[in-house]
Design a binder for this molecule. Structure first.
Ligand SMILES: Nc1ncnc2c1ncn2[C@@H]1O[C@H](COP(=O)(O)OP(=O)(O)OP(=O)(O)O)[C@@H](O)[C@H]1O
Ligand SMILES: [Mg+2]
Length: 264
């Protein structure tokens, strides 16, 4: 398993004591008022990341500056290989930047050790991948409970929280089913529920609609828009023009850099 897959499966946010609530609150919703007009929740300055390769080093990120405010819904777009996943992984602390600074929720992420980074991810980051990364030997409910338990949430609280999320994402009647019997769209909603279980500061999604048909993709977008309207900060990578058009802001990347951003 790669570190990225692990992050999706188990190395996910820790308890925040939200279990048992009748409504599902996000950390961002709880803090967005306080964050308004304050420091961005994600702040990158001069971020560079180069990978060793057989022929020549690959400069995946070549000096990226990015600010994401609390509650923003951002789509990162750009051609294959331009550095989108590397950017997301650097924000999540799954890849280290070689140079520059990465701050999330006011914490410096760059230059930290593995233990610090895993605590940071449990607390602040929810991650959703193109191919779901769910655990098939476990029910939908248990897939959501697992990261909450790893984070220290009590079992009953975690189960209550998981049921609230299943409900929120339209999967209440699927709690006991294993992921492989769910449709692609249902699996991705389950993966999103898992990513939200510990009320992350930021939800990061790497082509969350990439394995779905266009209708399924737009359903996930609709869901993100709902979460966004509840105050959740979301950064998603997408190749779909339609999905990107539903974001609040598009961040186009090219050759390891952010090309002129535009707002809509
Ligand atoms: N672990 C790695 N080792 C070596 N090279 C890597 C590694 N990860 C990424 N790269 C290279 O860095 C560049 C950027 O990769 P990245 O995965 O960020 O692109 P992307 O924009 O997400 O592409 P795609 O749309 O195809 O997913 C690519 O040239 C890729 O081959
Ligand atoms: Mg990618």
């Amino acid at each position: 398993m790669t570190s990225t897959e692990l992050a999706g499966a188990a190395d996910v946010p820790e308890a925040v004591g939200a279990g048992g609530a009748t409504t599902v609150e996000t950390r961002a919703a709880a803090t967005s008022e306080a964050d308004t007009g304050e420091a961005p929740v994600v702040r990158l300055r001069g971020v560079r990341r180069t990978f060793d390769a057989d022929l020549a080093p690959v400069r995946a990120l070549r000096g990226v500056d990015l600010d994401v405010a609390a509650g923003e819904l951002i789509a990162v777009t750009g051609p294959s290989g331009c550095g989108k996943s590397t950017l997301l992984n650097v924000i999540a602390g799954l890849e280290a930047a070689d140079d520059g600074t990465v701050e999330v929720a006011g914490e410096r992420v760059s230059g930290r050790d593995a233990d610090w980074l895993s605590r940071f991810r449990r607390r602040h980051v929810g991650i959703v991948f193109q191919f779901f990364n769910l655990i098939d030997g476990m029910s939908a409910l248990q897939n959501i409970v697992l990261p909450a338990s790893i984070g220290g949430m009590r079992r009953r609280a975690a189960e209550a929280r998981a049921r609230d999320l299943l409900d929120l994402l339209g999967l209440a009647d699927r709690a006991d089913q294993i992921p492989s019997v769910l449709s692609g769209g249902q699996r991705q909603r389950l993966a999103i529920a898992r990513a939200l279980v510990n009320a992350p500061t930021v939800l990061l999604a790497d082509e969350p609609t990439g394995a779905l048909d266009s209708e399924g993709g737009l359903e996930i977008l609709e869901l993100f828009r709902r979460l966004h309207s509840d105050g959740q900060t979301i950064i998603m990578i997408t190749h779909s023009v339609d999905v990107a058009a539903g974001a609040q802001r598009v961040v186009p990347m090219r050759d390891g850099r952010i090309a002129a951003p535009r707002t809509s």
